[in-house]
Ligand binder design. Structure first.
Ligand code: AMP
Length: 227
Protein backbone atom coordinates (compact mmCIF):
# COMPACT_ATOMS: atom_id res chain seq x y z
CA UNK A 1 0.00 0.00 0.00
CA UNK A 2 1.40 3.41 -1.02
CA UNK A 3 -0.46 6.39 0.39
CA UNK A 4 0.03 10.15 0.36
CA UNK A 5 -1.36 12.17 3.26
CA UNK A 6 -2.38 15.62 2.09
CA UNK A 7 -3.87 18.53 3.97
CA UNK A 8 -3.07 21.77 5.76
CA UNK A 9 -0.73 21.85 8.75
CA UNK A 10 -2.71 20.63 11.77
CA UNK A 11 -5.12 18.48 9.74
CA UNK A 12 -3.93 15.47 11.75
CA UNK A 13 -1.66 13.83 9.14
CA UNK A 14 1.01 12.84 11.68
CA UNK A 15 -1.49 11.49 14.22
CA UNK A 16 -3.34 9.46 11.59
CA UNK A 17 -0.06 8.20 10.13
CA UNK A 18 1.03 6.90 13.56
CA UNK A 19 -2.24 4.96 13.88
CA UNK A 20 -2.16 3.55 10.32
CA UNK A 21 1.49 2.61 10.78
CA UNK A 22 0.52 0.37 13.72
CA UNK A 23 -2.41 -1.24 11.87
CA UNK A 24 -0.87 -1.84 8.46
CA UNK A 25 2.86 -1.87 9.35
CA UNK A 26 3.57 0.80 6.75
CA UNK A 27 6.69 2.96 6.77
CA UNK A 28 5.93 6.57 7.74
CA UNK A 29 7.98 9.08 5.75
CA UNK A 30 7.47 12.62 7.04
CA UNK A 31 9.52 15.26 5.25
CA UNK A 32 8.98 17.59 8.23
CA UNK A 33 10.63 14.97 10.50
CA UNK A 34 13.49 14.44 8.01
CA UNK A 35 14.11 18.19 7.89
CA UNK A 36 13.99 18.52 11.69
CA UNK A 37 16.57 15.69 11.94
CA UNK A 38 18.90 17.77 9.75
CA UNK A 39 18.24 20.87 11.88
CA UNK A 40 18.95 18.89 15.07
CA UNK A 41 22.23 17.55 13.65
CA UNK A 42 23.41 21.17 13.31
CA UNK A 43 24.83 20.59 9.84
CA UNK A 44 25.37 23.45 7.36
CA UNK A 45 22.34 22.17 5.44
CA UNK A 46 20.41 22.03 8.73
CA UNK A 47 21.18 25.71 9.32
CA UNK A 48 19.87 26.63 5.85
CA UNK A 49 16.73 24.54 6.34
CA UNK A 50 16.02 26.18 9.71
CA UNK A 51 15.65 29.62 8.12
CA UNK A 52 12.79 28.37 5.92
CA UNK A 53 11.05 26.23 8.55
CA UNK A 54 11.08 28.88 11.28
CA UNK A 55 9.60 31.43 8.87
CA UNK A 56 6.82 29.04 7.86
CA UNK A 57 8.19 28.88 4.29
CA UNK A 58 8.77 25.82 2.14
CA UNK A 59 12.27 24.38 1.91
CA UNK A 60 13.42 24.37 -1.77
CA UNK A 61 12.00 21.48 -3.81
CA UNK A 62 15.41 20.03 -4.73
CA UNK A 63 16.47 19.56 -1.08
CA UNK A 64 13.26 17.83 -0.02
CA UNK A 65 12.86 15.68 -3.13
CA UNK A 66 16.41 14.37 -2.76
CA UNK A 67 15.63 13.28 0.81
CA UNK A 68 12.53 11.41 -0.37
CA UNK A 69 14.44 9.82 -3.27
CA UNK A 70 17.06 8.52 -0.83
CA UNK A 71 14.32 7.00 1.35
CA UNK A 72 12.75 5.31 -1.69
CA UNK A 73 16.01 3.52 -2.35
CA UNK A 74 15.44 1.51 0.84
CA UNK A 75 14.15 -1.95 -0.15
CA UNK A 76 12.58 -2.47 3.30
CA UNK A 77 10.34 0.57 2.82
CA UNK A 78 9.24 -0.61 -0.60
CA UNK A 79 8.41 -4.08 0.74
CA UNK A 80 6.32 -2.79 3.65
CA UNK A 81 4.53 -0.06 1.69
CA UNK A 82 4.64 3.55 2.84
CA UNK A 83 2.79 6.70 3.79
CA UNK A 84 4.19 10.01 2.63
CA UNK A 85 3.32 12.75 5.12
CA UNK A 86 3.97 16.37 4.13
CA UNK A 87 5.23 15.46 0.67
CA UNK A 88 4.55 16.45 -2.07
CA UNK A 89 3.78 20.05 -1.13
CA UNK A 90 4.19 21.65 -4.57
CA UNK A 91 3.19 20.65 -8.11
CA UNK A 92 6.90 20.25 -8.97
CA UNK A 93 7.38 17.83 -6.06
CA UNK A 94 4.31 15.86 -7.21
CA UNK A 95 5.73 15.53 -10.74
CA UNK A 96 9.15 14.54 -9.37
CA UNK A 97 7.55 11.95 -7.10
CA UNK A 98 5.82 10.35 -10.09
CA UNK A 99 9.20 10.18 -11.84
CA UNK A 100 10.83 8.56 -8.77
CA UNK A 101 8.00 6.04 -8.41
CA UNK A 102 7.70 5.26 -12.13
CA UNK A 103 10.37 2.58 -11.77
CA UNK A 104 9.14 1.42 -8.36
CA UNK A 105 5.47 1.34 -7.29
CA UNK A 106 2.74 3.87 -8.10
CA UNK A 107 0.73 5.67 -5.44
CA UNK A 108 -2.58 3.96 -4.55
CA UNK A 109 -4.32 7.04 -3.22
CA UNK A 110 -3.84 10.57 -1.93
CA UNK A 111 -5.86 11.07 1.25
CA UNK A 112 -6.86 14.70 1.44
CA UNK A 113 -7.61 15.66 5.05
CA UNK A 114 -9.71 18.79 4.80
CA UNK A 115 -9.68 20.90 7.96
CA UNK A 116 -10.83 24.33 9.19
CA UNK A 117 -8.70 27.17 10.63
CA UNK A 118 -10.16 27.27 14.19
CA UNK A 119 -9.52 23.50 14.60
CA UNK A 120 -6.04 23.84 13.07
CA UNK A 121 -5.07 26.67 15.43
CA UNK A 122 -6.27 24.78 18.52
CA UNK A 123 -4.46 21.61 17.48
CA UNK A 124 -1.14 23.23 16.58
CA UNK A 125 -0.80 25.73 19.45
CA UNK A 126 -1.48 22.88 21.94
CA UNK A 127 0.71 20.31 20.21
CA UNK A 128 3.68 18.84 22.08
CA UNK A 129 6.22 16.45 20.53
CA UNK A 130 8.60 13.95 22.14
CA UNK A 131 12.16 15.04 21.48
CA UNK A 132 13.25 11.42 21.62
CA UNK A 133 10.71 9.29 19.69
CA UNK A 134 8.54 11.93 17.95
CA UNK A 135 5.28 10.80 19.63
CA UNK A 136 2.58 13.48 19.47
CA UNK A 137 0.59 14.89 22.41
CA UNK A 138 -1.80 17.78 22.99
CA UNK A 139 -2.12 19.82 26.17
CA UNK A 140 -5.94 19.44 26.13
CA UNK A 141 -6.92 16.64 23.72
CA UNK A 142 -4.16 14.16 24.55
CA UNK A 143 -2.14 15.22 27.58
CA UNK A 144 0.68 12.90 28.70
CA UNK A 145 0.22 11.05 32.02
CA UNK A 146 3.11 13.08 33.49
CA UNK A 147 3.42 16.70 32.37
CA UNK A 148 6.28 17.26 29.91
CA UNK A 149 7.18 13.55 29.72
CA UNK A 150 6.46 11.15 26.83
CA UNK A 151 4.14 8.24 27.75
CA UNK A 152 5.85 5.94 25.21
CA UNK A 153 9.56 6.41 25.96
CA UNK A 154 9.91 8.84 28.89
CA UNK A 155 11.61 11.44 26.66
CA UNK A 156 11.09 15.19 27.17
CA UNK A 157 8.22 16.91 25.34
CA UNK A 158 8.71 20.20 23.51
CA UNK A 159 6.71 22.70 21.49
CA UNK A 160 7.85 23.09 17.86
CA UNK A 161 9.27 26.55 17.15
CA UNK A 162 6.91 26.90 14.14
CA UNK A 163 3.79 26.01 16.19
CA UNK A 164 3.08 29.61 17.20
CA UNK A 165 0.08 31.53 15.92
CA UNK A 166 2.03 33.89 13.64
CA UNK A 167 4.00 31.13 11.89
CA UNK A 168 0.93 28.89 11.67
CA UNK A 169 -0.92 31.61 9.72
CA UNK A 170 2.08 31.98 7.40
CA UNK A 171 2.19 28.19 6.90
CA UNK A 172 -1.52 28.26 6.03
CA UNK A 173 -0.94 30.97 3.38
CA UNK A 174 1.92 28.96 1.90
CA UNK A 175 -0.26 25.86 1.96
CA UNK A 176 -3.11 27.56 0.08
CA UNK A 177 -0.75 28.93 -2.56
CA UNK A 178 1.63 26.00 -3.10
CA UNK A 179 -0.13 22.85 -1.95
CA UNK A 180 -3.62 23.44 -3.34
CA UNK A 181 -2.33 22.61 -6.89
CA UNK A 182 -1.14 19.24 -5.53
CA UNK A 183 -4.74 18.40 -4.60
CA UNK A 184 -5.83 19.16 -8.18
CA UNK A 185 -2.90 17.08 -9.47
CA UNK A 186 -4.15 13.92 -7.72
CA UNK A 187 -7.79 14.73 -8.50
CA UNK A 188 -6.92 14.67 -12.21
CA UNK A 189 -5.21 11.30 -11.73
CA UNK A 190 -8.40 9.98 -10.05
CA UNK A 191 -6.44 9.20 -6.88
CA UNK A 192 -7.82 11.82 -4.50
CA UNK A 193 -9.84 10.56 -1.52
CA UNK A 194 -11.33 13.36 0.58
CA UNK A 195 -11.79 12.83 4.34
CA UNK A 196 -12.87 15.11 7.20
CA UNK A 197 -9.67 16.20 8.95
CA UNK A 198 -11.66 17.96 11.71
CA UNK A 199 -12.91 14.57 12.83
CA UNK A 200 -11.35 12.77 15.78
CA UNK A 201 -8.33 10.84 14.48
CA UNK A 202 -9.31 7.56 16.20
CA UNK A 203 -12.71 7.62 14.40
CA UNK A 204 -11.08 8.46 11.09
CA UNK A 205 -8.56 5.67 11.60
CA UNK A 206 -11.35 3.14 12.27
CA UNK A 207 -13.22 4.19 9.11
CA UNK A 208 -10.11 4.05 6.93
CA UNK A 209 -9.07 0.69 8.34
CA UNK A 210 -12.40 -0.77 7.17
CA UNK A 211 -11.99 0.74 3.69
CA UNK A 212 -8.35 -0.38 3.29
CA UNK A 213 -9.11 -3.89 4.54
CA UNK A 214 -12.01 -4.22 2.10
CA UNK A 215 -9.76 -2.94 -0.69
CA UNK A 216 -7.00 -5.41 0.19
CA UNK A 217 -9.52 -8.28 0.25
CA UNK A 218 -10.89 -7.38 -3.18
CA UNK A 219 -7.32 -7.22 -4.58
CA UNK A 220 -6.57 -10.67 -3.12
CA UNK A 221 -9.83 -12.09 -4.51
CA UNK A 222 -9.07 -10.67 -7.95
CA UNK A 223 -5.61 -12.25 -7.87
CA UNK A 224 -6.98 -15.65 -6.86
CA UNK A 225 -9.72 -15.43 -9.52
CA UNK A 226 -12.59 -15.09 -7.01
CA UNK A 227 -15.13 -12.25 -7.37
P1 AMP B 1 5.49 19.57 8.84
O1 AMP B 1 6.20 18.83 9.94
O2 AMP B 1 5.00 18.68 7.75
O3 AMP B 1 4.43 20.51 9.36
O4 AMP B 1 6.61 20.51 8.14
C1 AMP B 1 7.26 21.51 8.88
C2 AMP B 1 7.97 22.45 7.93
O5 AMP B 1 8.97 21.74 7.19
C3 AMP B 1 7.11 23.10 6.87
O6 AMP B 1 6.42 24.26 7.36
C4 AMP B 1 8.15 23.45 5.81
O7 AMP B 1 8.92 24.58 6.19
C5 AMP B 1 9.08 22.22 5.85
N1 AMP B 1 8.63 21.15 4.94
C6 AMP B 1 8.11 19.93 5.25
N2 AMP B 1 7.83 19.23 4.17
C7 AMP B 1 8.16 20.00 3.10
C8 AMP B 1 8.07 19.84 1.69
N3 AMP B 1 7.55 18.72 1.15
N4 AMP B 1 8.54 20.85 0.91
C9 AMP B 1 9.05 21.97 1.43
N5 AMP B 1 9.14 22.20 2.75
C10 AMP B 1 8.70 21.23 3.60
Amino acid sequence: MQIILLGPPGAGKGTLAALLKETFKLAHISTGDLLREQMKANTKLGGEIKKFVENGQLVPDGVVTLMVKQKMADAKILRSGFMLDGFPRTATQAQDLDKILAKIQPIDCALYMESTLPVILKRLTGRRVCRNCGALFHVVNKPPAKEGICDSCGGPLYQRSDDNEETIKKRMDVYLESTQPVIDYYKKQGKLVKVDGDKDSAKLHAELTKIFNADRKSHKDQKSGRN
